[in-house]
Design a protein around this ligand. Structure first.
Ligand SMILES: *Cc1c(COP(=O)(O)O)cnc(C)c1O
Length: 472
């Protein structure tokens, strides 16, 4: 086979790596020069400036005659890097937007080059086995007592929550308790927005949303709600959060599991943010009760340092996934399955599906549970340090001690408009990326720390940057 020029060479086979290597040099150089040009957590100038730079670099986006591989990679990768919000910068701390590990990113390149698709064995012979083994190992962390725990690999908490609600909707009723009404979801006001959206998508009634004035579900509020649902003729799903998006708080999981048991409700825990504490010897006890849920959502593209996407939905037993059984003759024909070809179609609602498992498996193997646990411990310690600095600072108030790695704070006496302006000014100056959270005590600035290498000096500087914008 003759070797095609760089622009049309393929990534696979024995020639693929040879075609990739010089292209990667161009990509890595462009990532470097882009980050140098940006020189901060975010490009300065705001949306119009960034959009103009991208428009100029792209134009013309679909030329009659292309520029060739290196020029296109150089221009667009440089432009994207120069215009990126880079979570590897310790002052980029707005969202659950993690800096990916270099090793996971390298593994993801291999996933792209090989391009297995996890909807049938004949597109992913080794990748499907790797997915089976890795998802079982992760599910065993969530359900250590279960004989055969399993997990679906998802695009993140949103898809995991959606699948959890679907599995609850499709669950077979207990003998003697036939359901005539629809599934009723009960959640807290602290629940992720995807719970409501999934209910809408699945044609379920609006979730009963209980107040969470302290940021977490109160067991007596949940008890009262479940007790008052006796007239409801359908199943009930209680959903809790382990690591809320606003403040990183963890609902009282054991109490809620007891209440779900007592009232015959199903129980789902959205641990998209906090679930990775399972890796930590220091912090895993914060998740006591997790294994009592019928389904658990967990994201490794938050505390887990994976490039997007790396989500999981864990279940204690593969039979919990029976509702997802589906057949398409060209992907999982009965005779193929009988002849021993693994049937993969029930592992997702997607069809073509990338091997996100490779980067996860590489990370688990390279760092081990301890190595990942240490990254988690360091990240949570950085949040405690930031909280200490805020408490000791005369011009700031702290919302509450952090549970995970989210710290809410504000300048003393700042009203909501001032706070919102400070956040946007830092953003448009490209100095710092902070989030915002509305709580019963008003608006707060939110620092979501996900960079395990953040130093105390970075946090001191961050507070100085904010202080520079407090009106006198
Ligand atoms: C991030 C998050 C989600 C959504 O997950 P995606 O990966 O963004 O789809 C859901 N729930 C919680 C608690 C989260 O933190």
């Amino acid at each position: 086979m003759s070797v095609p020029p760089a622009g049309t060479a393929l990534a696979g086979g024995t020639h693929g790596p040879r075609a990739l290597r010089p292209l990667l040099d161009t990509v890595l150089d462009a990532l470097t020069t882009g980050a140098e040009d940006r020189a901060g957590p975010l490009p300065p100038g705001g949306p119009d400036t960034v959009a103009r730079a991208v428009r100029d670099a792209c134009h013309p986006l679909l030329p009659d005659h292309g520029t060739g591989a290196h020029a296109a990679l150089r221009t667009l990768v440089h432009t994207l890097a120069a215009g990126a919000a880079d979570p590897a910068d310790p002052h980029c701390a707005a969202h659950l937007h993690c800096p990916p590990l270099a090793l996971a990113t390298a593994a993801d390149l291999a996933a792209a080059a090989l391009n297995p698709s996890l909807d049938s064995w004949d597109q992913a012979p080794a990748a499907s086995t790797l997915e089976t083994l890795t998802s079982r190992a992760l599910a065993a962390l969530v359900y250590p007592q279960a004989a055969e725990p399993d997990a679906l690999i998802t695009t993140g908490g949103t898809e995991s929550n959606q699948l959890a609600l679907l599995l609850a909707r499709e669950a077979i009723p207990a003998p003697g308790r036939p359901h005539t009404g629809p599934l009723q979801i009960v959640c807290g006001a602290n629940a992720h927005h995807s719970i409501h959206r999934s209910a809408w998508l699945l044609g379920l009634p609006e979730p009963l949303t209980l107040p969470t004035p302290n940021g977490i579900l109160a067991p007596d509020t949940v008890h009262t709600c479940l007790a008052n649902l006796t007239g409801h003729t359908g199943p009930v799903l209680l959903t809790a959060t382990a690591g809320t998006t606003n403040s990183g708080a963890i609902d009282p999981l054991t109490d809620l599991a007891d209440l779900a048991d007592h009232h015959g409700a199903r129980f789902h825990i959205d641990a998209a943010y906090g679930g990775a504490l399972l890796f930590s010897d220091t912090h895993h006890t914060a998740l006591t009760g997790l294994a009592r849920a019928h389904t658990v959502a967990l994201d490794l593209h938050k505390l887990g340092w994976q490039p997007v996407a790396a989500g999981l939905l864990a279940v204690p037993d593969p039979s919990a996934l029976a509702a997802l059984t589906h057949q398409a003759d060209y992907l999982n024909a009965d005779d193929d399955t009988e002849a021993g070809l693994p049937d993969l179609l029930h592992r997702s609602l997607r069809t073509t599906r990338r091997p996100d498992i490779l980067k996860i498996a590489v990370t688990l193997k390279a760092l081990g549970r301890r190595g990942l646990g240490e990254l988690i411990d360091r990240t949570l310690a950085a949040a405690q340090t930031l909280a200490d600095l805020i408490e000791d600072h005369p011009r700031y108030e702290l919302h509450s001690r952090p549970t995970l790695s989210t710290v809410l704070f504000r300048p003393i006496g700042a009203d909501d408009t001032t706070l919102a302006t400070i956040r946007r000014t830092l953003l448009t100056d490209g100095q710092a990326v902070l989030g915002r959270a509305t709580t019963p005590t008003g608006l707060w600035l939110k620092a979501t720390l996900l960079n395990p290498h953040t130093q105390t000096g970075d946090l001191t500087t961050l507070l100085k940057l904010v202080e520079g914008h407090i009106p006198r």
